[in-house]
Design a protein around this ligand. Structure first.
Ligand code: CAA
Length: 302
């Protein structure tokens, strides 16, 4: 292999570029900036990026108010986040965190980044279900493509699931692992198989909770209470599905069903209907539950 294409060492990473200033992208930006990295946050509009930075400022402001963070640390963190529009070409590590799990969109973003970024930069994707091997196959530096799957909410969740495409070089893997550790995260490693490790376990649980609701086994509240108090889960599966986004849950279930060719992953009709109605969960104000404007859960929706 050409050494210049082997990926960079962790110590060479100076700037993190993040495409997608939604929930995941801004969470990753917050974590990167809090751990000292200059972070370029980009999306289709300047407003989206500025809004994401403002939200991070507000979250950190609450920590300042509680005495958990100094105002100076808040300012330093915010100062490391640079909203940019269009691209993040100066980045030496790039995370494609665009929220939507749309293969064509991810491919086009990755190809554009590949064409314009430094040859040694690593291209990581925060995809929760798309094949990294397929993404790597679409760019000129397949050895430098890797999955870096953060959990939602990124600043609070300790895990990063690193996914190795079959093309991912050992250098890219080690560098990404070191970066995740520098972000204060614990790493697990997955081969490139549909939905990797975490979502392969999670989606059948969320699906099954939805089947139970659809079949009238119990109310949404009781299904969630069952998981909270009976299994010690921090959230019930239906509220968690609303939190993750029902469009995302459906997309991952469809990937699992299609790519494994196994109907045990089939999404329930109720989930399809909620998505068809545009009731994606917390982010749209309605999913399995109805939410107020502050995002507080009000009552069951269906
Ligand atoms: N940055 C820093 N601090 C933050 C923050 C942020 N972005 N957001 C909230 N906080 C702070 C809060 O202000 C609060 O601070 P105090 O303790 O000082 O009050 C603290 O963090 C805890 O906040 P909450 O009270 O809201 O936290 P909680 O105890 O209710 O827990 C939760 C919230 C962590 C989300 C918990 O309910 C949980 O773990 N839920 C399950 C989440 C989960 O399973 N995520 C994985 C989803 S799957 C996935 O992501 C993969 C995929 O591809 C679909």
């Amino acid at each position: 292999m050409d050494d210049s294409l082997a990926g960079m060492n962790f110590t060479d990473i100076r700037i993190i570029g993040i495409i997608g200033a939604g929930q995941m992208g801004s969470g990753i930006a917050q974590v990167a900036a809090q751990h000292g990295f200059r972070t370029l946050l980009t999306d289709v509009s300047a407003d989206l990026c500025a809004c994401a930075r403002d939200k991070i400022g507000a979250i950190l402001g609450k920590q300042v108010a509680k005495g958990k963070l100094t105002d100076a640390a808040r300012e330093e963190t915010l100062g490391r986040i640079e909203p940019t529009v269009g691209d993040a070409l100066a980045a030496s590590f790039f995370d494609n965190a665009a929220a939507t799990e749309n293969v064509e969109l991810k491919l086009s973003i990755l190809r554009a980044a590949d064409a314009r970024m430094k040859t040694e930069a690593i291209l990581a994707s925060n995809t929760s279900s798309i094949s990294l091997t397929r993404l790597a196959g679409a760019v000129s530096r397949p050895g430098q493509v890797i999955g870096m799957h953060f959990m939602n909410p990124v600043p609070l969740m300790k895990l990063v699931e690193i996914v190795r495409a079959i093309q991912t070089s050992p250098e890219t893997y080690e560098t990404t692992r070191a970066l995740a550790t520098a972000f204060g995260k614990t790493v697990i490693t997955s081969r490139d198989q549909p939905a990797f490790v975490v979502n392969r376990m999670l989606i059948p649980l969320l699906n099954e909770a939805c089947f139970a609701l659809q079949e009238g086994v119990a109310t949404a509240e009781d299904i969630d209470q069952g998981a909270r108090l009976g299994l010690n889960h921090p959230m019930g599966p239906l509220e968690l599905a609303d939190f993750v986004g029902l469009d995302t849950v459906l997309a991952i279930a469809e990937v699992l069903q299609r790519d494994f060719g196994d109907d045990k992953y089939r999404p329930p009709v109720l989930l399809r209907n909620l998505v068809a109605a545009g009731w994606y969960g917390k982010k749209t104000g309605r999913g399995f539950y109805v939410y107020d404007e502050k995002g507080e859960k009000q009552k069951a929706s269906v």
